[in-house]
Write a protein that binds this ligand. Structure first.
Ligand SMILES: NC(=O)c1ccc[n+]([C@@H]2O[C@H](COP(=O)([O-])OP(=O)(O)OC[C@H]3O[C@@H](n4cnc5c(N)ncnc54)[C@H](OP(=O)(O)O)[C@@H]3O)[C@@H](O)[C@H]2O)c1
Length: 291
């Protein structure tokens, strides 16, 4: 595994972690999900991302089971839902997450989405409470624009946002306009979610280029030069940005093994240019993420 610094904290986190969206939804898949997480952990993917929202707490329970005997090795990230972002709401959501996760602390606690109902200042005050009371080590956000990140920083005073988790993949390069440069400048770790594209039920999503499509052929042709698959090219492309980490979800052990091989090599400029030609960069002035 290759590591990077978390938001200037000195804490080293893996550049590829494990997502858990949809875990806990099907009872009969629980064993397979725990097994996948543990396989990833054994191979260095000790950064685990989950959320109270996933399967209504079910994903956190799966994670709790997977990490019960190796908690200290894990960098555990979970999220408070936007609807729970009042002062009391954040604190009780964190308490419930801790219970489901079977742990006494969360390494990184994220506000999942900007909230329409609750002031950011109030949410961040609760985050400070959690840090000062040892329930959370670091504070982060997800789906935040630079403006909101600045507002959060102002609200935090001496505390800081160390991470912004945002969608980033070949078909959605919007963060390259403003979010990514802002995070780099501020030393905020960018954690890229949905590295293989959004699921159809999410943002009307476009998933990974289909087998046989022209886009897939571009990735396969590039990968074939290095003995890599299209998926490995896609992950490596995300990780070309220094300091970015990503959290693919892979229930299938073969997929986990493949994702581990996406690190430790670099796509040369000519291949990056070929990717740009086929998966265009966002236009200047294109709206920021409008989450
Ligand atoms: N903050 C937010 O708002 C937000 C939003 C969305 C997601 N997330 C987080 O980000 C994580 C990842 O995003 P995601 O779950 O949307 O999608 P993703 O990781 O981009 O894609 C997951 C899909 O890719 C497949 N896959 C994984 N590795 C593969 C490989 N090497 N070859 C072929 N297929 C492969 C998985 O199959 P198998 O499962 O069958 O292996 C699964 O169907 C989530 O699980 C969640 O933790 C956060």
């Amino acid at each position: 595994m290759i590591y990077t610094d978390l938001g200037g904290t000195g804490v080293q986190i893996p550049r590829i972690g494990q997502g858990t969206w949809t875990y806990g939804e099907q009872k009969n898949e629980a064993k397979e999900e725990v097994k996948a997480l543990r396989y990833g952990i054994e191979h260095g993917m000790t950064l685990i991302d989950t959320a109270e929202e996933y399967a209504n707490g079910g994903a956190e329970r799966i994670v709790g089971e997977a990490i019960h005997d190796c908690r200290k090795e894990i960098f555990l990230t979970t999220k408070v839902s936007a609807k729970n972002c009042s002062y009391e709401g954040v604190i009780s959501a964190a308490e419930r997450s801790l219970e489901r996760l079977g742990t006494t602390y969360i390494d990184l606690y994220l506000q999942h989405w900007p909230s329409q109902q609750h002031e950011l200042e109030e949410t961040m005050r609760a985050m400070i409470y959690l840090v000062e009371n040892g329930m959370v080590n670091y504070i982060g956000v997800s789906n935040f624009t630079p403006e909101l990140l600045e507002e959060a920083h102002r609200a935090l005073g001496n505390h800081v946002i160390v991470c912004n988790q945002v969608g980033y993949h070949l078909y959605d390069r919007r963060i390259e306009n403003n979010v990514l440069p802002f995070c780099k400048k501020q030393g905020v770790t960018l954690m890229a979610y949905s590295p293989f594209g959004y699921a159809p039920q999410f943002f009307g999503g476009q998933g990974f280029p289909e087998q046989g499509s022209a886009d897939r052929a571009v990735l396969e042709d590039i990968g074939s030069k290095y003995g890599k698959t299209a998926y490995q090219v896609a992950l490596n492309w995300i990780l070309r940005h220094e300091g970015i980490v990503t959290i693919p979800k892979a229930k299938n052990i073969i997929h986990i093994e493949s994702n581990l091989e996406a690190l430790g090599w670099d796509l040369p400029a000519e291949d990056l240019a070929e990717i740009d030609r086929n998966f265009p960069k966002p236009l200047d002035g294109m709206p920021l993420q409008t989450y």
